[in-house]
Write a protein that binds this ligand. Structure first.
Ligand code: FE2
Length: 223
């Protein structure tokens, strides 16, 4: 099977975030010639960003009933004609106590359409809004899609919009989780799925408008 890789180099902002989360990266500041720049050194010190500079594994979430094995290898999972707001999700996959990038980590992604509908396997496009890709040599990953919609659970409850992923790499525990988005009215306490993990702020992504649509970023940490 050919797995699509993301070969674009990690950009400066991603690099700085990676540095801020890794002891190796902090040690590498000198190699990068950054140690004499207080503003960069301050950004990079453990404890100044997000999870406190530690390599905390990304939390898991329920698989749900709509996973289908065998998704095609692609990073663009929404066709140009797919309705909805364009969305780019990206980041790095890291792991281990040193939080090093995991080259080639396998990411399987699936989601509902803008109206909250999952594509059924007997439909005309059984893998619509689904794909499988591998992180680049620097652990970077990117998925080009549309923002999924909310959907109902039963007659009266709703789920916050989300994107499902599984992430695997040899020697690490396979992660099954979901990514959510800031500002969703059905985030806890309003998530109709009480067994879901939508209350983890690390997986509730701010979406930033760009010239080509929305962008969200997540560093995925495997245990
Ligand atoms: Fe779902």
């Amino acid at each position: 099977m050919i797995i699509e890789h993301r070969h674009q180099p990690i950009d400066r902002r991603q690099l700085l975030r990676w540095i801020a989360h890794t002891s190796a990266g902090v040690a590498g500041l000198g190699l990068l010639g950054c140690s004499d720049r207080p503003e960069l050194a301050a950004d990079a010190m453990p404890g100044t960003d997000g999870d406190g500079g530690t390599c905390v594994p990304t939390s898991s979430d329920v698989l749900g009933p709509y996973y289908r094995a065998g998704a095609p290898s692609r990073m663009v999972i929404a066709s140009p004609t797919e309705p909805g707001d364009r969305l780019v999700l990206e980041g790095v996959v890291v792991g281990g106590t040193s939080c090093m990038p995991l080259a080639g980590a396998l990411i399987d992604v699936w989601q509902a359409d803008k109206d909250g509908r999952y594509y059924e396997p007997n439909g005309a496009e059984p893998y619509r809004l689904r794909g499988k890709l591998a992180a680049g040599s620097d652990g970077s990953w990117q998925v080009q899609t549309i923002r999924p919609g909310n959907y109902m659970l039963g007659a009266a409850s709703w789920r916050p919009a989300h994107v499902h992923v599984t992430v695997s790499h040899p020697g690490f525990r396979t992660l099954t989780t979901q990514l959510y988005f800031e500002g969703d009215p059905y985030l806890p306490p309003n998530d109709g799925c009480k067994s879901c993990g939508s209350d983890d702020p690390a997986r509730i992504l701010p979406l930033v408008p760009t010239a080509s649509g929305l962008r969200g970023e997540l560093r995925i940490v495997l245990a």
